[in-house]
Design a protein around this ligand. Structure first.
Ligand code: IMP
Length: 438
């Protein structure tokens, strides 16, 4: 049996965690395949709110196996505190979580490098990373010499390995103007820390690649959980204002080891408006009261960093691009309740760049910065929809908005979310969405 995928279609924070938690019971395994502690997936269950950074959003379901696969970068201190917080709330993540031995580790030097690099301005703007060491860790993975993987925590030469990397990193940080930062690196302290990580994590570390292939051969159903959003994809996003992994659908096979032939359904998740955290172009951004109103109503503050998110209207040019890129066949439109408070709602249907109208998403950040959104204005439904449980419960104007967004993006609506709770979700056809044909 094959796999379904949940992929963010904007700049992250599309409420993928909520959807994965909801769909998890229809699957046997939930798989995180890229990103790291930069992600903040929120799952709301009644009065309980769970904020997950590494742990897959299927963890609340005891019968579902959860996997953190090779494409993820793990910051062990954050992961361990995440596990502890779950344990304190009566959930035992150790019963159903496996971490790939191939996943790379975000080490203390990566956090320092992120801090140092983040001071730099690129293309006139700061990338504004989450400071979780993501870029430096992926850089070392690709560079190979200074990389550490979870399997290394179990190696007999762990002390020597750490000592040699610390020596090199001190020189590098020094050379890059980070004299004060390199002084924070002490090989002995890091080794002791790594030993403690090893004790905590060793029972969870295993070969997720073969495990997942075995699960597929045994007819099990997988749910692949993307982190960040497709517009932050290192290859296809708004480079250089992106994250360092393939956060669009193209990262699923490389990050998890699951061959593309198994990926049968892609659910693209987008908010009914747009948000972005950190630097980079954002054509439909509203730097005015309307943007602030969206921020307040949508509680648009980062789960990981607490930073206020930049808010704007739905950008159909961008989402059509990412939906095509991801091979999306069903659209989940989230936060429809937030738009209930607006008399008029704009949707960006095209850009004007240097006097030319286009509906192609440009490759260059500078071109996107020059893009003037061309809007279509819709009448708001101005009616509380938080209690809607079926499509029929939604007002006519909300239906019209959904239909137009679906038409512009080129993908049918599969899910509509009207609030943070599990219950506040409408499936247009749940059976169809969760039935996977091999
Ligand atoms: P990094 O992933 O920490 O290197 O950050 C690179 C860019 O991606 C920054 O603009 C971040 O704000 C953004 N980013 C990274 N992870 C997330 C996320 O989970 N949600 C939203 N934005 C993110």
């Amino acid at each position: 049996m094959p796999a379904a995928c949940v992929v963010g279609l904007q700049w992250g924070d599309e409420a993928k965690g909520k959807l994965v938690d909801l769909l998890a019971p229809d699957h046997d395994c939930v798989v995180r395949y890229q990103g790291g502690a930069n992600a903040g997936h929120t799952v709301v269950c009644g009065s309980e709110v769970y904020k997950l950074h590494h742990v897959p959003s299927g963890i609340l379901h005891a019968q579902v196996q959860n996997f953190i696969t090779p494409g993820v970068v793990i910051e062990p201190t954050t992961l361990i505190s995440e596990l502890t917080r779950l344990e304190e709330r009566g959930i035992d993540p150790r019963r159903n979580l496996t971490i790939s031995e191939r996943a790379h580790l975000v080490m203390p030097w990566h956090l320092l490098e992120d801090e140092l690099m983040n001071r730099l301005v690129v293309h006139g703007e700061n990338i504004g990373t989450t400071l979780r060491g993501i870029g430096p860790c992926y850089r070392d993975k690709v560079g190979r010499n200074f990389a550490m993987r979870t399997v290394d925590l179990l190696a007999s030469d762990l002390r020597e390995r750490i000592a040699s990397i610390v020596e090199a990193k001190k020189k590098l940080l020094n050379g890059m103007g980070g004299e004060e930062l390199q002084r924070k690196l002490c090989a002995d302290e890091i080794f002791e820390m790594a030993q403690a990580w090893s004790q905590q994590l060793a029972p969870l570390i295993g070969d997720t690649t073969n495990r997942l292939l075995d699960e597929l051969d045994a007819g099990k159903r997988l749910l692949m959980e993307g982190a960040q959003g497709s517009l932050l994809d290192i290859d296809h996003g708004t480079f250089p204002f992106v994250t360092s992994s393939n956060s669009s659908g193209v990262g699923i096979s490389s990050g998890s080891g699951v061959p593309a032939k198994w990926l049968k359904r892609v659910i693209g998740v987008a908010k009914a408006y747009s948000t972005r955290v950190g630097g980079g172009p954002f054509p439909t951004e509203l730097s005015c009261d309307v943007g602030q109103k969206i921020r307040d109503l949508g509680h648009e503050y980062g789960t990981t960093t607490g930073r206020p998110r930049r808010c704007g209207w739905f950008d159909a040019v961008a989402v059509r691009y990412t939906a095509r890129l991801g091979g999306v066949d069903s659209l989940a439109l989230m936060m429809m309740d937030v738009l209930a408070h607006f008399e008029e709602i704009n949707v960006c249907v095209a850009y004007e760049i240097d006097g030319q109208r286009t509906n192609q998403f440009p490759c260059e950040a500078s071109a996107l910065r020059r893009a003037i959104p061309i809007y279509e204005t819709h009448r708001g439904w101005q009616q509380d929809v938080t209690g809607a449980r079926h499509m029929d419960d939604l007002p006519e104007l909300a239906h019209r908005y959904l239909a137009r967004v679906s038409e512009l993006v080129g993908v049918p609506i599969g899910v509509v979310s009207v609030g943070p709770d599990r219950e506040q979700t409408i499936f247009t056809d749940r059976k169809k969405l969760t039935t996977l044909v091999a």
